[in-house]
Write a protein that binds this ligand. Structure first.
Ligand code: FCB
Length: 469
């Protein structure tokens, strides 16, 4: 721990938050729902990807996941037991519009309609994310995020959901982590649809932002007064202690494709200039059309940040691109330092604070931490408990980091633990457990982990200070 790291709190009084701050937990449709063929849902690109040899650990699929589609009322009761003030979930496009565009599936929308009612009855504020990576396969068959028309398709989907839920839901997020469903999915091949072409990641990113910008006014018109947001996953890029000019160039290139790719168009009206130069060898950028940046820059009310770890790089061979990211020739990845989670991610609360401060500065918006959490091996249920000291320490140290970001001027308004439940962790299948609640996938039994109990105590103390609200 360095002098700039936030204190690792030993008692809960160190994690006091402003009145009005909301504590919640987050999930995503494909990761928890299961029932992938129920009630007219069509396959998503993740159902397809799970069938591709070698892409998902253990050949795991979206079934049964947490069987949340059928156990939703009990899961909301669990949230109530934890004292959650807010719950962030995503809507499965293939349930709501199985053909991607056109006819709405009443059973699909009904599920989210009941979920929202159940949450409100339990006194839990619903936060809806429209897209958390489960694109209908039928739309991928038409080019998916590489087809510019996806902006209109997404606008139609957003309008459909806003019309159904907008009378009760006031917090709307268009996209979850567009970096993951563009660069990671189309350039690096790790996520669905699993393409590996450098240019495609940039095209997909552009169309994702265009879809976002198309949806924003539609949501506003359909759900007046709504808070409209996007969730990004920026990461603090850390170089060597005493960086050379070449190290700094490597840091800049990595920062452009990890952060500037989205901060630029969304908040500064342009892609970082240097990024367009760096990627000139893989694309002519002809997919940027006149007027696109105006659409993309539609004003927002808040910015969602998902952040788990920083990214370390240094200068490498200028003729080599080991990261595989567009524009990153000469960028050498550096191993994470200190304590690592089961994902191999560096625990670095100071970097979490710093990225919140930067996100607030770049966007000029109130910030909501829409995901943060950690996976650790060895969660065992004994006597109705799961002792997970590492997850608890990660949680408390990152809450302290959020508190520091607030003290240093960022208007952070909520924290959502990732995740409410252990769930399907994408390419890692069910191997990695992020839940504050343990799920036994054989029996679907839920057990609140010690981290969940600690979080509940933090929330109870916060609510108590705010007069029991
Ligand atoms: C984020 C995703 C979320 C989950 C966590 C661990 O990138 O948004 O679905 O997989 O990572």
């Amino acid at each position: 721990m360095t002098s700039s790291d936030p204190a690792d709190p030993t008692d809960l009084s160190t994690v006091r938050f402003p009145d009005g701050f909301l504590f919640g937990a987050a999930t995503a449709s494909f990761q928890i729902e299961g029932s992938t063929t129920a009630d007219g849902r069509s396959p998503s690109i993740w159902d397809t990807f799970c069938q591709v040899e070698g892409k998902v650990a253990n050949k795991d699929t979206g079934d049964p996941a947490c069987d949340h589609y059928r156990r939703m009322p009990q899961d909301v009761a669990l949230m109530q037991d934890l004292g959650l003030q807010a719950y962030r979930f995503s809507v499965a496009w293939p349930r709501v519009i199985p053909t991607g565009t056109g006819a709405v599936n009443p059973a699909g929308i009904d599920f989210y309609d009941r979920l929202v009612d159940q949450l409100l009855t339990a006194g839990i504020e619903p936060f809806v994310t429209l897209y958390h990576w489960d694109l209908p396969q039928v739309l991928d068959d038409r080019g998916g995020w590489l087809n510019r028309d996806v902006a209109q398709w997404f606008g139609e989907f957003a309008g459909t959901v806003a019309a159904a839920l907008g009378d009760r839901v006031t917090h709307w997020t268009t996209l979850n982590e567009p970096w993951c469903c563009s660069v990671l999915s189309y350039s690096l091949g790790h996520h669905a649809p699993g393409h590996s072409r450098q240019e495609e990641g940039l095209i997909a990113a552009h169309h994702l932002m265009l879809a976002h910008g198309t949806a924003v006014p539609i949501i506003r018109a359909t759900a007046p007064g709504a808070e409209v947001s996007i969730t990004l996953n920026p990461t603090q890029v850390i170089g060597p202690d005493d960086p050379t000019a070449k190290d700094q160039d490597a840091m800049r290139r990595a920062d452009n494709v990890l952060n500037g790719l989205f901060f630029g168009p969304l908040f500064h009206g342009a892609y970082p200039n240097t990024m367009l130069t760096d990627v000139a060898d893989v694309t002519d950028a002809s997919w940027i059309h006149d007027g696109d940046l105006t659409t993309i820059g539609a004003p927002l009310d808040s910015l969602g940040i998902n952040n788990y770890f920083p990214t370390r790089v240094r200068a490498g061979d200028p003729n080599d691109n080991p990261t595989g990211m567009p524009g990153c020739a000469g960028v050498a990845p550096v191993a994470p330092q200190g304590r690592l989670t089961d994902m191999g991610w560096e625990c670095n609360p100071g970097a979490h604070r710093d990225i919140l401060l930067r996100s607030a500065r770049e966007s000029g918006l109130p910030i909501r931490v829409t995901e943060n959490g950690s996976a650790w091996p060895g969660d065992v249920v004994t006597g109705g408990a799961v002792h997970d000291p590492e997850r608890t320490a990660y949680l408390l140290s990152h809450l302290a980091a959020v508190r520091e970001a607030i003290d240093e001027g960022a208007d952070v308004r909520s924290y959502f633990a990732w995740s409410l439940l252990d769930n399907f962790e994408w390419a890692f299948g069910y191997d990695k457990r992020f839940g504050i609640v343990h799920v036994d996938y054989e029996t679907q039994a839920r057990t609140i982990k010690d981290s969940g109990r600690t979080y509940a105590a933090v929330i109870a103390a916060h609510r108590g200070r705010a007069g029991g609200a």
